[in-house]
Design a protein around this ligand. Structure first.
Ligand SMILES: C[S@@+](CC[C@H](N)C(=O)[O-])C[C@H]1O[C@@H](n2cnc3c(N)ncnc32)[C@H](O)[C@@H]1O
Length: 369
Protein backbone atom coordinates (compact mmCIF):
# COMPACT_ATOMS: atom_id res chain seq x y z
CA UNK A 1 0.00 0.00 0.00
CA UNK A 2 1.26 3.48 -0.83
CA UNK A 3 0.69 6.11 1.84
CA UNK A 4 0.11 9.81 1.34
CA UNK A 5 3.56 10.38 2.78
CA UNK A 6 5.13 8.28 0.05
CA UNK A 7 3.30 10.34 -2.56
CA UNK A 8 4.20 13.65 -1.01
CA UNK A 9 7.63 13.49 0.48
CA UNK A 10 10.41 11.39 -0.94
CA UNK A 11 12.74 9.83 1.60
CA UNK A 12 15.32 12.34 2.81
CA UNK A 13 18.47 12.16 0.71
CA UNK A 14 21.60 11.30 2.66
CA UNK A 15 22.75 14.38 4.47
CA UNK A 16 19.43 16.24 4.29
CA UNK A 17 19.19 18.43 7.33
CA UNK A 18 22.80 17.82 8.24
CA UNK A 19 25.11 20.78 8.64
CA UNK A 20 26.80 21.38 5.30
CA UNK A 21 30.53 21.66 5.20
CA UNK A 22 32.06 24.87 3.97
CA UNK A 23 29.53 27.39 5.21
CA UNK A 24 26.54 26.68 2.99
CA UNK A 25 22.98 27.30 4.12
CA UNK A 26 20.82 24.19 4.30
CA UNK A 27 17.35 25.21 3.18
CA UNK A 28 14.12 23.67 4.42
CA UNK A 29 13.52 21.50 1.38
CA UNK A 30 16.54 22.06 -0.85
CA UNK A 31 15.97 20.11 -4.06
CA UNK A 32 12.79 18.42 -2.79
CA UNK A 33 9.35 18.71 -4.37
CA UNK A 34 7.02 21.19 -2.64
CA UNK A 35 5.24 19.86 0.43
CA UNK A 36 1.40 19.91 0.25
CA UNK A 37 -0.16 22.53 2.58
CA UNK A 38 -1.75 20.08 5.02
CA UNK A 39 1.48 18.19 5.42
CA UNK A 40 3.38 21.43 5.78
CA UNK A 41 1.11 22.47 8.67
CA UNK A 42 1.65 19.12 10.35
CA UNK A 43 5.42 19.43 9.85
CA UNK A 44 5.39 22.94 11.37
CA UNK A 45 3.40 21.74 14.37
CA UNK A 46 5.81 18.84 14.93
CA UNK A 47 8.74 21.27 14.64
CA UNK A 48 7.08 23.57 17.18
CA UNK A 49 7.43 20.77 19.75
CA UNK A 50 11.19 21.12 19.26
CA UNK A 51 10.97 24.85 19.98
CA UNK A 52 9.07 24.07 23.17
CA UNK A 53 11.76 21.54 24.11
CA UNK A 54 14.41 24.15 23.33
CA UNK A 55 12.67 26.69 25.57
CA UNK A 56 12.29 24.33 28.48
CA UNK A 57 15.89 23.10 28.32
CA UNK A 58 17.54 26.47 27.64
CA UNK A 59 18.80 25.31 24.23
CA UNK A 60 17.17 28.19 22.35
CA UNK A 61 18.97 30.90 24.28
CA UNK A 62 22.17 28.84 24.55
CA UNK A 63 22.32 28.69 20.77
CA UNK A 64 21.57 32.41 20.57
CA UNK A 65 24.77 33.02 22.56
CA UNK A 66 26.82 32.03 19.48
CA UNK A 67 27.35 29.33 16.83
CA UNK A 68 27.79 25.89 18.35
CA UNK A 69 27.84 22.18 17.63
CA UNK A 70 26.05 19.58 19.72
CA UNK A 71 29.00 19.09 22.07
CA UNK A 72 29.27 22.82 22.78
CA UNK A 73 25.52 23.11 23.35
CA UNK A 74 25.68 20.12 25.69
CA UNK A 75 28.32 21.99 27.68
CA UNK A 76 26.27 25.19 27.72
CA UNK A 77 23.04 23.51 28.83
CA UNK A 78 23.99 20.25 30.56
CA UNK A 79 21.84 18.38 28.02
CA UNK A 80 22.60 15.08 26.33
CA UNK A 81 24.86 15.57 23.30
CA UNK A 82 23.14 12.93 21.15
CA UNK A 83 19.68 14.38 21.80
CA UNK A 84 20.96 17.85 21.04
CA UNK A 85 22.47 16.65 17.76
CA UNK A 86 19.07 15.31 16.70
CA UNK A 87 17.37 18.54 17.83
CA UNK A 88 19.80 20.56 15.71
CA UNK A 89 19.16 18.36 12.67
CA UNK A 90 15.42 18.89 13.05
CA UNK A 91 15.66 22.68 13.22
CA UNK A 92 18.19 22.72 10.40
CA UNK A 93 15.80 20.71 8.21
CA UNK A 94 13.06 23.18 9.13
CA UNK A 95 15.18 26.05 7.81
CA UNK A 96 15.71 27.78 11.13
CA UNK A 97 19.49 27.33 11.29
CA UNK A 98 22.48 28.46 9.29
CA UNK A 99 25.27 25.92 9.46
CA UNK A 100 28.97 26.36 8.83
CA UNK A 101 31.10 23.27 9.22
CA UNK A 102 29.77 21.37 12.20
CA UNK A 103 28.50 24.50 13.94
CA UNK A 104 25.05 26.03 13.63
CA UNK A 105 23.35 29.27 14.57
CA UNK A 106 19.85 30.70 14.26
CA UNK A 107 18.95 32.45 11.03
CA UNK A 108 18.58 36.21 11.68
CA UNK A 109 14.76 35.94 11.49
CA UNK A 110 14.64 33.07 13.97
CA UNK A 111 17.08 34.82 16.33
CA UNK A 112 14.98 38.01 16.31
CA UNK A 113 11.93 36.17 17.64
CA UNK A 114 13.36 33.22 19.56
CA UNK A 115 16.06 35.12 21.40
CA UNK A 116 14.26 38.45 21.91
CA UNK A 117 14.48 39.84 25.46
CA UNK A 118 12.20 37.73 27.70
CA UNK A 119 8.76 39.32 28.10
CA UNK A 120 9.27 41.77 25.22
CA UNK A 121 6.56 41.92 22.53
CA UNK A 122 8.86 40.15 20.03
CA UNK A 123 9.60 37.26 22.42
CA UNK A 124 8.00 34.15 20.92
CA UNK A 125 8.66 31.86 23.87
CA UNK A 126 5.23 32.59 25.35
CA UNK A 127 3.54 31.70 22.06
CA UNK A 128 5.47 28.45 21.93
CA UNK A 129 4.35 27.65 25.48
CA UNK A 130 0.74 28.41 24.54
CA UNK A 131 1.00 26.02 21.60
CA UNK A 132 1.97 23.16 23.92
CA UNK A 133 -0.64 24.08 26.54
CA UNK A 134 -3.39 24.18 23.89
CA UNK A 135 -2.27 20.85 22.44
CA UNK A 136 -2.70 19.44 25.95
CA UNK A 137 -6.35 20.68 25.97
CA UNK A 138 -7.39 18.79 22.84
CA UNK A 139 -8.49 15.64 24.79
CA UNK A 140 -10.51 17.77 27.25
CA UNK A 141 -12.34 19.61 24.46
CA UNK A 142 -12.85 16.43 22.40
CA UNK A 143 -14.42 14.75 25.43
CA UNK A 144 -16.91 17.64 25.80
CA UNK A 145 -17.45 18.17 22.08
CA UNK A 146 -21.13 17.21 22.06
CA UNK A 147 -22.04 19.87 24.62
CA UNK A 148 -19.51 22.43 23.38
CA UNK A 149 -18.97 23.42 27.01
CA UNK A 150 -15.77 23.16 29.05
CA UNK A 151 -15.79 24.89 32.45
CA UNK A 152 -12.67 26.94 33.18
CA UNK A 153 -11.63 24.66 36.04
CA UNK A 154 -11.64 21.60 33.74
CA UNK A 155 -8.64 23.03 31.85
CA UNK A 156 -5.12 22.19 33.02
CA UNK A 157 -3.69 25.09 35.09
CA UNK A 158 -0.81 25.36 32.58
CA UNK A 159 -3.25 26.87 30.06
CA UNK A 160 -4.01 29.94 32.18
CA UNK A 161 -0.33 30.57 32.90
CA UNK A 162 0.54 30.11 29.21
CA UNK A 163 -2.18 32.62 28.20
CA UNK A 164 -0.93 35.10 30.76
CA UNK A 165 2.63 34.76 29.57
CA UNK A 166 1.33 35.41 26.06
CA UNK A 167 -0.34 38.64 27.24
CA UNK A 168 2.63 39.79 29.28
CA UNK A 169 4.36 41.25 26.22
CA UNK A 170 1.74 43.98 26.15
CA UNK A 171 0.41 43.98 29.72
CA UNK A 172 3.83 44.52 31.30
CA UNK A 173 5.46 46.55 28.56
CA UNK A 174 3.14 48.35 26.18
CA UNK A 175 0.27 49.06 28.59
CA UNK A 176 2.17 51.14 31.18
CA UNK A 177 4.69 52.61 28.79
CA UNK A 178 2.69 53.34 25.64
CA UNK A 179 -1.09 53.11 26.02
CA UNK A 180 -1.65 54.69 29.45
CA UNK A 181 0.58 57.71 28.66
CA UNK A 182 -1.32 58.15 25.36
CA UNK A 183 -4.63 58.77 27.20
CA UNK A 184 -5.10 62.43 27.99
CA UNK A 185 -4.35 63.28 31.66
CA UNK A 186 -4.34 59.65 32.83
CA UNK A 187 -0.71 59.50 34.01
CA UNK A 188 -1.26 62.54 36.25
CA UNK A 189 -4.40 60.99 37.72
CA UNK A 190 -2.72 57.65 38.44
CA UNK A 191 0.23 59.45 40.01
CA UNK A 192 -2.16 61.40 42.20
CA UNK A 193 -3.78 58.28 43.68
CA UNK A 194 -6.08 57.22 40.84
CA UNK A 195 -8.27 54.13 41.06
CA UNK A 196 -8.05 51.33 38.50
CA UNK A 197 -10.20 48.24 37.94
CA UNK A 198 -9.58 45.28 35.66
CA UNK A 199 -12.20 42.89 34.28
CA UNK A 200 -10.78 39.38 33.80
CA UNK A 201 -7.45 40.23 35.40
CA UNK A 202 -6.08 36.66 35.33
CA UNK A 203 -3.27 36.59 37.88
CA UNK A 204 -2.99 40.39 37.91
CA UNK A 205 0.18 40.91 35.83
CA UNK A 206 -1.16 44.05 34.15
CA UNK A 207 -2.21 45.61 37.46
CA UNK A 208 1.16 44.76 38.97
CA UNK A 209 3.00 46.41 36.06
CA UNK A 210 0.85 49.55 36.40
CA UNK A 211 1.04 49.54 40.21
CA UNK A 212 4.83 49.36 40.15
CA UNK A 213 5.03 52.25 37.70
CA UNK A 214 2.45 54.41 39.53
CA UNK A 215 3.04 53.94 43.27
CA UNK A 216 0.12 56.26 44.14
CA UNK A 217 -2.62 54.23 42.45
CA UNK A 218 -4.87 51.55 43.89
CA UNK A 219 -6.59 48.78 41.93
CA UNK A 220 -9.28 46.12 42.04
CA UNK A 221 -8.87 43.12 39.74
CA UNK A 222 -11.83 40.80 39.08
CA UNK A 223 -11.42 37.28 37.77
CA UNK A 224 -13.85 34.35 37.58
CA UNK A 225 -11.07 31.74 37.78
CA UNK A 226 -10.15 31.50 41.46
CA UNK A 227 -6.98 29.48 40.73
CA UNK A 228 -5.53 32.46 38.86
CA UNK A 229 -6.56 34.86 41.62
CA UNK A 230 -4.83 32.67 44.23
CA UNK A 231 -1.64 32.61 42.12
CA UNK A 232 -1.80 36.36 41.60
CA UNK A 233 -2.36 37.13 45.27
CA UNK A 234 0.65 35.00 46.19
CA UNK A 235 2.79 36.99 43.74
CA UNK A 236 1.44 40.38 44.85
CA UNK A 237 2.04 39.43 48.49
CA UNK A 238 5.64 38.51 47.72
CA UNK A 239 6.03 41.86 45.90
CA UNK A 240 4.59 43.76 48.87
CA UNK A 241 1.74 45.22 46.81
CA UNK A 242 -1.36 43.86 48.57
CA UNK A 243 -1.90 47.10 50.49
CA UNK A 244 -3.10 48.76 47.26
CA UNK A 245 -3.67 46.06 44.59
CA UNK A 246 -6.52 43.67 45.37
CA UNK A 247 -7.52 40.66 43.26
CA UNK A 248 -11.05 39.35 43.75
CA UNK A 249 -12.33 35.93 42.63
CA UNK A 250 -15.59 37.51 41.56
CA UNK A 251 -17.63 38.47 38.51
CA UNK A 252 -16.70 42.06 37.64
CA UNK A 253 -20.36 42.87 36.99
CA UNK A 254 -21.11 42.28 40.67
CA UNK A 255 -17.79 43.47 42.08
CA UNK A 256 -16.99 46.80 40.39
CA UNK A 257 -17.14 49.56 43.01
CA UNK A 258 -16.30 52.85 41.29
CA UNK A 259 -15.68 55.57 40.60
CA UNK A 260 -12.63 54.39 38.64
CA UNK A 261 -10.22 56.56 36.65
CA UNK A 262 -9.37 53.58 34.46
CA UNK A 263 -11.11 50.28 33.76
CA UNK A 264 -9.08 47.68 31.87
CA UNK A 265 -10.55 44.97 29.63
CA UNK A 266 -7.50 43.27 28.14
CA UNK A 267 -8.38 40.44 25.71
CA UNK A 268 -11.46 39.80 27.78
CA UNK A 269 -14.59 41.38 26.24
CA UNK A 270 -14.95 38.48 23.77
CA UNK A 271 -15.00 36.20 26.84
CA UNK A 272 -17.43 38.02 29.14
CA UNK A 273 -20.61 36.49 27.73
CA UNK A 274 -23.10 39.34 28.16
CA UNK A 275 -21.13 42.19 26.57
CA UNK A 276 -23.90 44.82 26.74
CA UNK A 277 -24.40 44.31 30.49
CA UNK A 278 -20.67 44.46 31.19
CA UNK A 279 -20.24 47.69 29.23
CA UNK A 280 -23.26 49.33 30.89
CA UNK A 281 -21.91 48.41 34.34
CA UNK A 282 -18.50 49.83 33.41
CA UNK A 283 -20.13 53.14 32.40
CA UNK A 284 -21.90 53.26 35.78
CA UNK A 285 -18.55 52.89 37.57
CA UNK A 286 -16.36 55.27 35.53
CA UNK A 287 -15.27 58.52 37.20
CA UNK A 288 -16.38 61.66 35.28
CA UNK A 289 -13.04 61.84 33.41
CA UNK A 290 -12.52 58.04 33.53
CA UNK A 291 -11.57 55.78 30.63
CA UNK A 292 -12.20 52.19 29.56
CA UNK A 293 -9.12 50.71 27.87
CA UNK A 294 -9.98 47.73 25.68
CA UNK A 295 -7.61 45.31 23.95
CA UNK A 296 -9.09 42.94 21.37
CA UNK A 297 -7.85 41.14 18.27
CA UNK A 298 -7.76 43.28 15.13
CA UNK A 299 -9.34 41.83 11.98
CA UNK A 300 -6.88 39.18 10.83
CA UNK A 301 -6.67 36.73 7.96
CA UNK A 302 -4.39 33.85 7.07
CA UNK A 303 -2.07 32.04 9.49
CA UNK A 304 -2.36 34.59 12.31
CA UNK A 305 -6.16 34.31 12.17
CA UNK A 306 -5.87 30.51 12.15
CA UNK A 307 -3.65 30.64 15.23
CA UNK A 308 -6.17 32.76 17.17
CA UNK A 309 -9.12 30.69 15.95
CA UNK A 310 -7.43 27.56 17.31
CA UNK A 311 -7.30 29.26 20.72
CA UNK A 312 -10.92 30.22 20.27
CA UNK A 313 -12.05 26.67 19.44
CA UNK A 314 -10.11 25.07 22.26
CA UNK A 315 -10.70 27.68 24.99
CA UNK A 316 -12.73 30.87 24.40
CA UNK A 317 -15.86 29.35 22.88
CA UNK A 318 -16.20 26.24 25.12
CA UNK A 319 -15.44 28.17 28.34
CA UNK A 320 -17.94 30.96 27.57
CA UNK A 321 -20.59 28.42 26.48
CA UNK A 322 -20.01 26.56 29.77
CA UNK A 323 -21.20 29.73 31.55
CA UNK A 324 -24.39 29.65 29.47
CA UNK A 325 -23.60 32.47 27.02
CA UNK A 326 -23.27 32.75 23.26
CA UNK A 327 -19.56 33.07 22.47
CA UNK A 328 -18.29 35.51 19.84
CA UNK A 329 -14.83 33.86 19.88
CA UNK A 330 -11.36 35.40 19.83
CA UNK A 331 -11.92 37.22 16.52
CA UNK A 332 -15.56 37.97 17.31
CA UNK A 333 -15.17 41.63 18.29
CA UNK A 334 -13.67 43.41 15.26
CA UNK A 335 -13.70 47.24 15.50
CA UNK A 336 -17.17 47.74 13.97
CA UNK A 337 -18.83 45.25 16.36
CA UNK A 338 -17.00 46.67 19.37
CA UNK A 339 -17.92 50.26 18.42
CA UNK A 340 -21.61 49.38 18.08
CA UNK A 341 -21.64 47.72 21.52
CA UNK A 342 -19.73 50.66 23.06
CA UNK A 343 -22.17 53.13 21.56
CA UNK A 344 -25.21 51.16 22.88
CA UNK A 345 -23.65 51.41 26.37
CA UNK A 346 -23.07 55.18 26.11
CA UNK A 347 -19.33 55.08 25.46
CA UNK A 348 -17.50 57.27 22.96
CA UNK A 349 -14.17 56.48 21.35
CA UNK A 350 -11.18 58.58 22.49
CA UNK A 351 -8.33 59.56 20.12
CA UNK A 352 -6.59 56.46 18.69
CA UNK A 353 -3.96 54.65 20.74
CA UNK A 354 -0.68 53.52 19.15
CA UNK A 355 -1.07 50.07 17.58
CA UNK A 356 2.07 48.55 18.99
CA UNK A 357 1.93 44.93 17.75
CA UNK A 358 0.02 43.11 15.00
CA UNK A 359 -1.86 40.63 17.21
CA UNK A 360 -3.75 43.16 19.35
CA UNK A 361 -5.61 46.43 18.86
CA UNK A 362 -6.11 48.85 21.76
CA UNK A 363 -8.94 51.38 22.13
CA UNK A 364 -9.75 53.97 24.79
CA UNK A 365 -13.35 54.99 25.52
CA UNK A 366 -15.00 57.61 27.76
CA UNK A 367 -18.56 57.79 29.05
CA UNK A 368 -20.61 60.16 26.89
CA UNK A 369 -22.51 61.65 29.87
C1 LIG B 1 -8.63 35.46 27.59
S1 LIG B 1 -8.54 35.63 29.31
C2 LIG B 1 -7.61 37.12 29.45
C3 LIG B 1 -6.95 37.26 30.79
C4 LIG B 1 -6.01 38.47 30.94
N1 LIG B 1 -6.73 39.71 30.83
C5 LIG B 1 -4.90 38.39 29.92
O1 LIG B 1 -4.83 39.26 29.05
O2 LIG B 1 -4.07 37.48 30.02
C6 LIG B 1 -10.17 36.16 29.76
C7 LIG B 1 -10.41 36.07 31.27
O3 LIG B 1 -11.56 36.83 31.60
C8 LIG B 1 -12.21 36.20 32.68
N2 LIG B 1 -13.59 36.74 32.74
C9 LIG B 1 -14.54 36.65 31.76
N3 LIG B 1 -15.67 37.29 32.15
C10 LIG B 1 -15.44 37.81 33.39
C11 LIG B 1 -16.20 38.58 34.30
N4 LIG B 1 -17.48 38.94 34.01
N5 LIG B 1 -15.65 38.95 35.47
C12 LIG B 1 -14.38 38.59 35.78
N6 LIG B 1 -13.59 37.84 34.94
C13 LIG B 1 -14.11 37.47 33.75
C14 LIG B 1 -12.08 34.73 32.37
O4 LIG B 1 -12.19 33.94 33.53
C15 LIG B 1 -10.67 34.67 31.74
O5 LIG B 1 -9.70 34.34 32.71
Amino acid sequence: MTTVFEHSVPPAHPGAGQPADGGSVVGPSGGMPPVPPVLSILASAMTATMLDLGNRTGLIRALAAGPADAAELAERTGGDERLIAEWLRCLDAAGLLVSAGSRSQWTPDAAAMLAAPPGSPADLSAGIGLFSALAGCVPVVAEAFGSGRVPADAYPPELASAMQRMSEGWTSGILPQVWVPAIDGLVERLQAGGRVAEIGCGAGHALQALGERYPGMTADGFELDDRQVADGNRRLTAAGLTDRLWLHAEDAVAGLAGPYDLVLALSVLHDVGDLDTVLRVVVDHLAPQGHLLVVESPPLRGPLAAMLLATSTLYCVPSVQARGHAAPGTLGLPPEVLMQAASRAGLILDPPLPQAIPLVAAYSFSASR
